[in-house]
Structures are given as C-alpha cells and as structure tokens.
Design a protein around this ligand. Structure first.
Ligand SMILES: Nc1ncnc2c1ncn2[C@@H]1O[C@H](COP(=O)(O)OP(=O)(O)OP(=O)(O)O)[C@@H](O)[C@H]1O
Length: 573
C-alpha cells in the first residue's frame, strides 16, 4: 500500500515532462517497429536468397539501408530524451530536497547525520532518475514488444509461436523467486552506503585531529569495515543476479533449441519457409525478455521506491518556513528581552535548562559563564528559535517569540559563533553575508573595525582571497575577525557572542578583543564567556550550573559573595 502511494507520488514528478515522455513514447514505438522490421527483413532476405529471387535485391538493399538509418536516428533520440528526462527529474527532486533542508528547523539537524542527508541527495536521487527513465520505459516497452512479436510470429507459424510464448512464464517463476531477495538486498545496500558516506564525510573533515592523534589506522579500519559491508552486500546482490541471469540464460537457450528443433521440423515438412525460422530466432528473445527481465526491472523499481520513500520522509518534515526566506535586514526597535521560567531538554525527559529566568535590557551587556555542558549554547539555540522551550516564555519587546515570525525573530540578532564558521568563497563574500547590499565603503569599515583590514590588504588577492572550505585557509584569529566583521556589518540590536575557546597569541588576542569591544559598544550583548577577564565590565553576569542560573550580579557583587563565580574567578587568577 505504502509503496503504491510512493510510486504514485513519484509519478507526479514526471508530469511536467509530458511532452518529453510523448517523444519517448514515439521513439519507443518506433524502436519496437524497427526491431520487428529487422525480423521481417531477415525473413524476406533469407527467403529471397533461398528462392534465388534476384529481382528482390535492389528493394531489399534499399530497405536495409533505411532500417539502418532509422535505427541510428531513433537510438540517438531515445538515449538523448531518456537522459534529459531523468536528469531533469533528478534535478527537480534534488532542488526540492535542498530547499526543504534549508527550511527545516535546527532540531532536524541535531538529530540527523549530514552524511545520511548527503546520500538522499546523491545515490537515492540517482536511483529515482534511473527508474523514471529507463525502468519506466522498459516496463512498457518489453511487454509491448513481446505482444507485437507474438502477433507477427503467429502470422508466420501459430504452432511455433504458441510453443515460444509458453516458455516465457517459466522465467516469471524465477523472477518471482528472486525479485524479493533482490529488493531486500538493494534496500540493505542503500542503507549501508548511507552509513559509509557519513563515516567518510566525518573522517575527511577531521584531518587535523586524526593526523595529530595518529588515528589513520583506526579510522581506516572503521572505514574498511563499512566499505567491506557495502562490498559484501553488492557481491551478495551480484550472486542473486547471477543466479537469475543463469537461470534465464538456460531457459533462453532451451527455448532457442526447442524452437530450432520444432521449427527445423516444420521447415523440413514444408510447413514453414526458412526465412520464417530466422524471424523466430530473431524475435524469440523479445518473447521471453519481459519475463526474464522483469526481476531486474522490479528490483530497480523497488530500489527507486525505497529511495523515494527516504526522500519523501525528508520532504514531509515540518519546516520552519514555507519557502526559503529572503535575507532580511535587522530590527531597530529593540527594548527588552525576557526569559521566564524556561525549561528545555533535547530529550524532553532530560531537561538541560531548568526554569531559567533572565532579563536583558537594551544597550546592556549580559555575560554567561559556567562549566562546560551547563547549557549556555543551548540557551542561544532557544533565543534564535532553533529549538523551542518545553516550558516557559521568551519575550522580545514584551511579545512572545513563538508568536513572532522566525525570520523577524532572527533579525534581532547577530551571532559570533564559537567555531567562527566561514563559507567557501572570498573574504568579501563572507563579510557581505552580514548585509547583502553592503557597499564597498561599508565592507571596508566593517573590516577595519574588526581589525581585519591589515591582514586582508596583505593578502595577494585582498578582499577577493578565497577562504577555503569552512574558512580553513585562514588562521583561527583571522577567521574570528572576519566573523566579527560579518556581525558588525549585520548591525543587529542584540549581539550573541559565543567566545572562542581556542587561545590566540597575544597580538591576535589583543586585536580580537579590541574588535569585540568595538562591536559591543552601543549594542545589547549576550556573551558566553570562557575567559573571565573579558567580562569584568559586563552589566550583569549569570553563572550557570547544571541547567540553572545559580548566581547573578556584576563582577564586583559576585566577587563579594561566596558563590561559584568567585571560585571560578580565583581559578583563573
Ligand atoms: N543536539 C543535542 N542533542 C542532545 N543533547 C545535546 C545536544 N546539544 C547539546 N546537548 C547536551 O546539552 C547539554 C548542554 O550543552 P551546551 O552545548 O548547551 O553546553 P555549554 O554550556 O554551551 O557547554 P560548552 O561551554 O562546553 O560549550 C550537554 O549535556 C550536551 O550534552
């Protein structure tokens, strides 16, 4: 039932290409006609040769050339339009999936491996493309070819035609026996390929870690295991396919021998011309093919339905936005941010944040400190609407954020994330991500205020320097300053800063701190601080521990009290 509705939904993707399918229908009918005409031609030419009918040769040669030319043209058109339709459908599905992925909530990304999602866009997508062109056409073409061949052969010798057609269903039994095994195997293969892709992706993105820890061997062994599993499943599939092919070939040869013996007998008795026997031999494969080939086609179709199922699961996820939103500007009317008794857990039964209440006033700096895992970054996730609290309210300007359009909510914030992620592209592209329509002057100002202008100018390509994957061609300090320039350019009223934990050399540290201070002035700042000396001037400091705010106050107030902050602070001094 489920696979039926998946198939129906998949067919929906073929609808925009009705005209291409019409052309494919024509090339298919032309192909079938040409195949039949070859049998007819062989029949004619053999009989003409046997009967020494020299008057027939000129027209036979002309017909032969015509069949040849038409077959070449038709073959070209058939291959071209099949590729075109398959590629277009794959592109539509891929873009639809990508669009959906970009609109899904943060929670989706927290619970899915990116390698697994990559498989949806690659091998699953490939399987669907194949099914919507070759497989679909073959499912129509092969029975049609068999039927027409059968009708034509009936006109030559009905008894022999009936014998041939009865051999076909025998192969159907083989299809039935092995089709299920092939389908199961191909589903397992897809699953294993997804696992392997995830592992490869994770490994290739961690060269610094695996090289420094000497993990090459361990990772290789892990990848080897995954790769071997894929290979074993492929080989198992090959074994099933080989059995099917072997059985089908045996039946094909048997049919061939039977046809030859019976046909030869009919010819010897003058009940059939020799050309007729040649036509039988030429078309016999077409009679049995729908039965022998059905297992493979069925397998391909099932594989595509499995792939479509996985893609549709992503497409059916509930998105944050109905469509990819425009990059919005920022808000200018920020007055207050309040968190009231917020509780949240990634697993609702295991709260990470417990009844947290915080007030943030416009223009003030709030610093959050606390041990690792106490829930500081999770708090940012909630503020940005990446996760939703299970209890409590978050309000901006007195309005609950659940009631605010997510795009508008996020336009209140500029984020400087801990890992300072940059996108492949130039320095200019990355800074301009802060403001799509930034002028050159604005870019230079942001880079200057972020203390990034000097190193940018020293680079041979300046602002047009490529930053590499994730910004990997820049140093950590340079990446941080580009990240600050991006946030400066965005100029949103609330700045969320997750201080980088990587320590920089003194000069870089000074440049980054200076840029941060510039960024903080005139803005509302909520900063996760790992180095306590950076927050002494904060208007309020919140000390988090185990998902709750245990202490709050200014640096002086907290130092005076006997609380956790004092312990933490004395630890760094
Ligand atoms: N996507 C997730 N799914 C499940 N649990 C998570 C997820 N992200 C974080 N956690 C858990 O939530 C808790 C709080 O994590 P969080 O990242 O908010 O801590 P943090 O205070 O920012 O730590 P750090 O200072 O090390 O960055 C941790 O116990 C962590 O294991």
């Amino acid at each position: 039932m489920e696979s039926k509705s998946t198939f129906r939904r998949l067919l929906g993707y073929t609808r925009p290409y009705k005209s291409v399918y019409l052309i494919l229908l024509i090339t298919m009918i032309a192909g079938v006609t040409l195949d039949l005409s070859i049998a007819w031609y062989l029949n004619r030419i053999t009989n003409a040769a046997v009967e020494a009918d020299s008057s027939a040769w000129p027209s036979l040669i002309g017909t032969g050339v015509l069949i040849l030319v038409l077959t070449v043209i038709n073959g070209y058109a058939d291959t071209y339009y099949k590729t075109r339709v398959s590629s277009s459908i794959r592109n539509d599905i891929r873009l639809g999936t990508l669009k959906k992925l970009l609109c899904l909530p943060g929670e989706f990304y927290q619970s899915h491996h990116s390698g697994e999602l990559l498989t949806r866009l690659t091998s699953d997508n490939q399987a669907i493309g194949q099914a919507c062109s070759d497989t679909l056409i073959s499912l129509i073409r092969n029975p049609l070819m068999a039927l027409l061949s059968f009708i034509y052969l009936l006109t030559i010798n009905w008894k022999l035609a009936l014998i041939c057609i009865f051999i076909g269903p025998v192969t159907l039994i083989i299809g039935g026996l092995f089709g299920n095994m092939l389908r199961k195997n191909s589903n397992e293969l897809q699953h294993r390929i997804a696992g392997m892709t995830s592992q490869i992706q994770e490994t290739l993105g961690s060269s610094m870690v695996f090289k420094s820890f000497g993990l090459e061997k361990k990772l290789f062994q892990r990848l080897q295991m995954k790769s071997n599993e894929v290979s074993e499943t492929e080989i198992r599939g090959g074994r099933i396919q080989a059995t099917v092919n072997g059985a089908a070939t045996a039946i094909g040869i048997l049919a061939f021998i039977i046809t030859f013996i019976v046909g030869g007998y009919f010819v010897s008795q003058g009940m059939m011309a020799i050309g007729g026997l040649i036509a039988f031999i030429q078309l016999m494969n077409h009679l049995t093919w729908p039965f022998t080939g059905i297992a493979a086609l069925w397998g391909e179709l099932q594989q595509a339905i499995g792939a479509a199922d996985r893609i549709f699961k992503v497409l059916d996820e509930k998105e944050e936005y109905p469509a990819i939103p425009e990059q919005t500007g920022t808000q200018s009317d920020f007055q207050s941010l309040e968190l009231r008794e917020i509780s949240f857990g990634y697993d609702p039964d295991q709260p990470i944040l417990k009844e947290i209440s915080i007030d943030v006033e416009a223009g003030k700096t709030t610093a959050i400190v606390g041990p690792s895992g106490s829930g500081k970054s999770t708090l940012f996730n909630l503020l940005l609407g990446l996760s939703q609290p299970q209890e409590g309210k978050i309000m901006i300007n007195g309005e609950e954020i659940q009631a605010i359009n997510l795009n508008r909510l996020r336009s209140f914030f500029s984020l400087i994330p801990q890992e300072n992620f940059l996108y492949s592209g130039t320095i200019r592209d990355n800074i301009a991500d802060g403001k799509a329509d930034a002028t050159e002057e604005e870019l230079i100002r942001a880079a200057t205020d972020a203390n990034a202008i000097d190193f940018i100018r020293q680079m041979p390509d300046g602002f047009d320097t490529e930053v590499g994957e994730g910004g990997s061609r820049l140093s950590v300090g340079q990446r941080q300053r580009i990240s600050i320039a991006r946030a400066l350019l965005r100029d949103a009223p609330i700045l969320l800063m997750d201080e980088a934990t990587a320590s920089l050399d003194n000069e870089s540290e000074r440049l980054v701190q200076e840029a941060m201070e510039r960024l903080k002035s005139k803005r509302t700042v909520i900063a996760i601080a790992h180095r306590l000396f950076t927050i002494r001037n904060a208007d309020q400091i919140l000390v988090m521990d185990n998902g709750t705010v245990t202490d709050r106050g200014t640096h002086e107030e907290l130092i005076m009290s006997e609380g956790r902050y004092r312990q933490l602070y004395s630890g760094v001094e």
